[in-house]
Write a protein that binds this ligand. Structure first.
Ligand code: GLC
Length: 632
């Protein structure tokens, strides 16, 4: 017989009645185990999700209308900042982190605790954010012909985005702009699909280099210093007729595949996590409703395994007028293969409509499961379940000197020298740093907002030097020249001024376009802002001048070319104006090449390299060079 001591007997009795039951281990939840395979985690989580939770994951809302309670109660998949949607004016990184974490805690308190992903348009640096480094817009990066530079810009941008607690960017725009009258042409790297393909290397900077053994098409985000990227806008946004934004791209299958699709093929190979549908149409069919291209081609043929996101109210715009038949919009958009919908305001209307379509068996559950599987794949891949909340590890990255130096390098390499007129004294550029007296003139010489362009601090961009930090072209010139040089600055000098001040060694005239974004930038005449042309004529008619054009695209300049000593296309250089001075004064040579054709007259458009009757003012690929001047 087994003898049992009284104390042990007492202990056993207590255990039998549960008073000292061994502590229950926390329930093991497979999808929360990072050691589980990706697809196992996805399957486990999806098996636990209700239809409401699945549909919630397909919703993206703007920060202006969302609360932690909405995120919790509806299991919302994502939050965004639309252009200029900031926690408060000149918000600090800490303000951003607190806002994003506040929303995230709402998501984490939902039944299954699925973290949300926060998206923002960081399209030339972290451009919504005060004191961020503003890099040249894509057209300038295309002029550099330097994919490695662009990859480094992607990595720097990712760090600055993470500094504010954000983990997803709606970049890069890989549009192939075929008509500069398009208001978004500066968001396009080039008219040439080959350059656009090269520049998709920015994805490797934003997301990280994909591992050698990665399956093609699988999204990849390589760490907490990287962000999920978004190739946009699928497909053919840059080919709309006469450059009319959100309009119709008329081309055959070969034209679509050879010009507008190659960038997506490259982006998928490089592991892009998301792809955004275009507002535009292809041969009359809205891209947001194009199942053949989104599902059959992008997902099934190109094997893209990230998620497809709509543009802002993109499904509403499937109908004309927009939102005039929302049930049809939701049906057409989701059935086309859109996985996440940038609603971005009325989540209940979208959720109720989609729920009705699924319950009515108009949309099969398999389509919902495909969308949610893709969304979860991105979230698991980027480590969002393990690291849902942001810390202050990257605070010092925002606007860091290293990033500003990188921006300066990008500016140097993006400038294209179009004329360097020979005169009695030889070429005009590089300029002397030791001239006794120089004139700096023009609307864009001392305006940081103008040199950054659209998508800067606000959606449409701003004027002035107090909206963020950086270096104007005037300041850069003042820093570069010898202290003995007298600099006279006049935004709009008249002939009297020029007559009474006739002893300038040379003049730098900085003119161009005012900031714009999207449809607001659509142009029929491609003229620079007044009084730009007057300043050119008034100044260059009296003194040797260098004209710097700050614009998002080629503009009308031919009638004034003869008056100019030299002409530089600066595009939209961003916050680091020192890069302009670096090449003006010969610390570095000009190396940039035109990423797009520069027309003689607007009635030649559209005109792209390879076209018959190609008769440009300056051809695609043109760019004069200068040698660096040895420091004396
Ligand atoms: C805009 C743009 C798109 C941007 C989105 C969110 O309308 O078309 O490029 O990412 O809305 O701001």
């Amino acid at each position: 017989m087994v003898r049992v001591s009284a104390p042990l007997l007492g202990l056993l009795l207590l255990c039998c009645f549960g008073f000292l039951a061994p502590p229950a281990a926390a329930e093991y939840v497979k999808y929360r185990d990072p050691l589980q395979r990706l697809e196992v985690r996805i399957r486990d989580l999806m098996n636990r999700m209700t239809l409401a939770e699945k549909i919630g994951q397909m919703v993206q809302l703007d920060r202006a209308v969302v609360t932690p309670e909405i995120l919790r109660d509806y299991s919302i998949g994502s939050v965004l900042s639309g252009g200029g949607s900031v926690p408060l004016p000149k918000a600090t990184p800490e303000d951003w982190i607190n806002m994003v974490n506040g929303f995230q805690n709402g998501s984490l308190s939902s039944r299954l605790g699925i973290p949300m992903i926060y998206g923002i348009d960081a399209v030339h640096g972290h451009n919504n954010v005060y004191k961020a480094t503003i890099f040249p817009h894509n057209i300038g990066l295309g002029a550099t012909r330097d994919p490695d530079l662009v990859k480094r810009i992607g990595a720097a941008t990712a760090l600055e985005v993470r500094a504010t607690g954000i983990n997803y960017v709606f970049a890069p725009c890989i549009a192939v702009c075929r008509d500069p009258r398009w208001g978004r042409c500066y968001e396009s790297f080039s008219e040439d699909p080959g350059i656009v393909q090269q520049m998709t290397d920015i994805i490797l900077g934003l997301q990280g280099e994909i591992p050698e053994n990665s399956r093609k098409g699988v999204p990849f985000v390589g760490g907490q210093d990287k962000v999920a990227a978004c190739a946009k806008h699928f497909v053919g946004d840059g080919g709309t007729t006469r450059g009319i934004n959100e309009n119709n791209t008329v081309t055959d299958w070969h034209g679509l595949m050879s010009i507008h699709m190659p960038g997506y093929y490259q982006s998928i190979i490089k592991g892009v996590s998301t792809i955004m549908a275009s507002y535009s149409s292809w041969n009359g069919e809205k891209m947001h409703a194009n199942r053949d291209l989104i599902t059959n081609f992008l997902k099934n043929t190109l094997k893209f395994r990230g998620f497809v996101i709509s543009d802002w109210q993109g499904i509403d715009k499937i109908t004309d007028p927009p939102h005039s038949n929302y049930t049809y919009s939701v049906l057409a958009g989701v059935q086309a293969g859109i996985d996440m919908v940038m609603v971005p305001f009325n989540h209940t209307e979208f959720i109720d409509t989609l729920t009705g379509l699924v319950n009515g068996e108009f949309i099969p559950m398999s389509r919902i499961d495909d969308a949610v599987r893709r969304i979860l794949r991105v979230k698991f891949t980027m480590g969002l379940f393990e690291n849902p909340l942001s810390d202050q590890s990257f605070l010092d990255q925002l606007g860091s000197q290293a990033h500003r130096d990188l921006g300066r390098e990008a500016v140097r390499k993006s400038l294209v020298l179009l004329k360097n007129g020979e005169n009695a004294d030889g070429p005009v550029l590089p300029l002397s740093k030791k001239a006794p007296k120089i004139l700096v003139a023009g609307t864009h010489a001392n305006n940081l907002g103008y040199q950054c362009g659209g998508w800067t601090i606000t959606w449409q961009g701003l004027s002035g030097n107090n909206n963020t930090t950086g270096t104007t072209i005037l300041s850069a010139i003042a820093t570069a020249v010898d202290p003995s040089t007298e600099i006279v600055y006049r935004e709009n000098p008249d002939s009297n001024f020029m007559t009474s001040n006739n002893n300038f060694s040379y003049a730098v005239v900085v003119v161009g376009e005012l900031p714009y974004a999207e449809t607001a930038g659509d142009s029929r005449d491609l003229l620079i802002a007044e009084p730009g042309y007057n300043v050119i004529s008034t100044v260059c008619g009296r003194v040797k001048c260098v004209v710097i054009v700050v614009s998002g695209r080629p503009v009308v300049i031919a009638p004034y070319l003869d008056q100019m000593g030299a002409l530089v296309a600066a595009w939209l250089p961003g916050s680091e104006g020192n890069g302009v001075a670096d090449v003006l004064f010969g610390d570095y040579g000009f190396t940039g090449k035109l990423p797009r054709t520069w027309f003689k007259t607007v009635d030649q458009l559209p005109m792209n390299v390879g076209d018959a009757n190609y008769d440009p003012l300056f051809a695609f690929g043109f760019g004069l060079t200068t040698e660096p001047v040895q420091a004396n």
